[in-house]
Write a protein that binds this ligand. Structure first.
Ligand code: B12
Length: 249
């Protein structure tokens, strides 16, 4: 269905990059008016509405996956774009995140019970010495929304905690966030500790956080880098594909 919700149509105008417009429009158009209202409520941070609309949609016997793909994810994608383009700031993102959480509270139990094969499993932490977790939490939410199982290791995560969790959770990906120039090198130190244990090739490593660049990430020996929650999901999918091809070949 084309965009019939006026508010959502206005919000969609903030998405200006051609490729992103096409992807997000496809997701929106797969849904109906109820899904559009859900996406709009999420973008505007109306958690009570998202809570109610998600319950309503699931009560109509829609698939939890469809509600996620056609309502919550396109909404969150618009939020991600607006944040990246400096059209909204941290408080608005956190308010939208709360709305996403309200919807996910109904969807998560259904998806986990249905045994849908996840895209991949990741452990994700903010590195040792660093307490910034807003960006990490956004990435985790977007990754979970995209079908990954993500184990949140919290903040101030020491290398051995990454190693233990990656093993215990049978992770494919190890994701690290750092916001301080003083803690950024701890991403490289973490990878080095995996290497020392002979575990470097068991996992794909990704880095991110405001001061981190592609070049820095490469220097740290990581496999992937993302500068926002959308690119985090895209890169994670790409690395999972590479890992699959490598293990089948
Ligand atoms: C909020 C904040 C805090 C909060 C953190 C609250 C929390 N729960 O996270 C509090 C007040 C606690 C705090 C504390 C400190 N902070 Co502070 N903080 C910030 C601030 C204002 C915003 C950070 C943020 O949340 N941005 C929004 C999120 C969404 O963006 P993001 O983290 O970059 O994440 C996005 C991407 O980077 C990416 N991403 C993030 N992680 C990952 C991981 C992967 C794998 C991938 C692919 C992508 C990815 O996706 C995210 C979503 O788009 C920044 C300023 C700034 N503009 O960055 C300073 C800033 C980071 N802080 C700074 C400093 C100095 C500190 C303190 C040392 C201050 C002090 N003297 O005590 C302490 C350090 C505490 C510690 N040990 O960590 C400096 C760092 C300077 C530097 N060169 O290192 C900054 C830059 C402020 C400044 N200009 O001076 N801070």
């Amino acid at each position: 269905m084309p965009i019939v919700h006026e508010g959502l149509a206005r919000e969609f105008e903030y998405v200006t990059q051609e490729e992103e417009r096409a992807t997000i429009l496809e997701q929106i158009e797969a849904g109906d008016a109820l899904m559009q209202e859900m996406a709009y409520s999420l973008i505007t941070g109306n958690h009570a509405a998202v809570d109610e609309l998600t319950q309503k949609a699931l009560g109509e016997d829609r698939e939890a996956n469809d509600v996620l793909d056609e309502g919550l994810i396109p909404g969150m994608a618009v939020v991600g774009v607006k944040f990246r383009d400096n059209l909204i700031f941290v408080p608005e993102v956190l308010i939208a995140a709360r709305a996403m959480k309200a919807g996910m509270a109904h969807i998560d139990p259904i998806l986990s019970a249905s045994g849908v094969e996840p895209i991949g499993t990741a452990v994700f932490g903010t590195v040792k010495g660093d307490l910034h977790d807003i960006g990490k939490n956004l990435c985790i939410m977007m990754m979970r929304g995209a079908g990954f199982v993500v184990h949140d290791l919290g903040v101030d995560t020491k290398p051995d905690e990454f190693i233990e969790a990656a093993d215990e959770k049978d992770a494919d990906l190890v994701l690290m966030s750092a916001l301080l120039t003083t803690t950024m090198p701890n991403m490289g130190r973490t990878i080095a500790e995996f290497e020392d244990m002979g575990l470097r090739d068991e996992y794909k490593f990704m880095t991110g956080g405001a001061p981190v660049t592609q070049e820095f990430s490469d220097d740290m020996g990581a496999d992937g880098y993302g500068d926002n929650a959308i690119s985090c999901v895209e890169k994670a999918k790409e690395l999972i594909e590479i890992a699959k091809v490598a293990s089948s070949g």
